[in-house]
Design a protein around this ligand. Structure first.
Ligand code: WQD
Length: 328
């Protein structure tokens, strides 16, 4: 089927394009290259041998979005395109509300206009904030977001739910990612954030190869086994595969539920120090780091209850933390 992947040149998007192509889907990518480079397209082709159609377009331009859908027959959309840096969203909320919400609205308007039924939304475990119970299930209370970024994911899900409720044709799935890490085993694509990495694993990698002097561990006094935060680190290829399974569920079945959410994680929590130990184990090196005060907005612990995705989609993460770190 013909699948539009918005943000398909990005970290998770590019890995999903590879998995879609390998399952025989015809992929078209929209990306404005604001947080990735066209070189990623070469990486995709190096892996699959299939050149995806690429349209450089900013989804904030409503007229361009309409023109795209006038000229393309699309069977399903996987919507990654969004800004995703928690700290940046606190400093620049309007950038996040414009880039993450108005673009979602423009895409949904086109789905309605062109009767496109299948929509996968890139959501995040950030919607839960600090969950009251661990592991986190999909019906955990969605608390007030800790950042404008997290709020755009919560509001995004609400918008989609409301549209699905009145729409005759739209079926949507929101995938709530935990912490995506790693790279395709070919190393042709991976996580190459522009500038100073916001996230832990790319910062560890750049410290390990000497691009960064030293990793700062944000907080050593949390109520966890070693005082550092717990997260659910999932291999990006496992995460990409979950998108294909979710899209095929929409394409193949007359879904009774027209809006569903799934937690996509490994179901296992790891502390920051355990991630560092994993890096040191798989690379047989010592990482240069120091423990510094906590980072505002961090929750103590978050890891997924994956019962629902396993039973409904038949999907579960295959890679261990060490395998994901090694791929990174
Ligand atoms: C992980 C842990 C930090 C950097 C965010 C978004 C989430 C998703 C993934 C988009 C935390 C610690 C980090 C560093 C550190 N993004 N850390 N030193 O904050 O769990 O999730 O990215 O969807 O929505 O919220 O990921 O990698 O930034 O942090 O000690 O230099 O590593 O304190 O405990 P996070 P992260």
């Amino acid at each position: 089927m013909k699948i539009l992947v918005t943000g398909g040149v990005g970290f998770i998007g590019s890995h999903t394009v590879v998995e879609l192509q390998e399952k025989g889907h015809d992929v078209v990518i929209i990306d404005n290259l604001s947080n990735s480079s066209e070189g990623v397209l070469k990486g995709i082709v190096a892996i699959t041998g299939i050149v995806p159609e690429f349209v450089k377009l900013d989804l904030r331009d409503k007229a361009d979005v309409s023109a795209f859908f006038e000229t393309h027959e699309i069977d399903g959309v996987i919507h990654f395109a969004a800004s995703k840096a928690v700290g940046e969203s606190v400093d620049n909320p309007l950038l996040y509300y414009e880039n993450n919400i108005s673009t979602l609205i423009y895409v949904l308007q086109e789905l309605e206009k062109h009767q496109i039924s299948n929509f996968i939304f890139s959501s995040s475990c950030t919607v839960y904030g600090q969950a009251d119970e661990l592991p986190i299930t999909e019906n955990a209370l969605v608390k007030k977001a800790a950042s404008p970024y997290g709020n755009t994911k919560q509001v995004g899900e609400e918008i989609i739910k409301d549209v699905c409720h009145i729409s005759k044709q739209l079926n949507a799935i929101a995938l709530r990612y935990f912490n995506p890490i790693g790279a395709h085993p070919s190393a042709e694509i991976g996580e190459l954030p522009l500038g100073i990495p916001q996230n832990l694993v790319p910062y560890i990698m750049q410290t390990g190869i000497g691009v960064r002097e030293e990793l700062s561990v944000f907080g050593g006094d949390y109520p966890t086994k070693d005082g550092t935060c717990v997260r659910d680190y999932i291999h990006v290829v496992d995460l990409a595969k979950a998108h294909v399974v979710a899209m095929e569920r929409l394409l193949d079945s007359e879904n009774s539920e027209n809006f569903e959410t799934f937690n996509i994680g490994t179901g296992k929590g790891s502390t920051v120090l355990e991630v560092i130990e994993s890096f040191e184990r798989v690379t047989n090196t010592v990482l240069n780091y120091k423990i510094v005060p906590r980072r505002a907005g961090d929750v103590t612990a978050a890891y997924a209850d994956t019962t629902k995705v396993k039973s409904e989609l038949g999907w579960s993460a295959q890679s261990s933390l060490d395998e994901a770190i090694k791929s990174a």
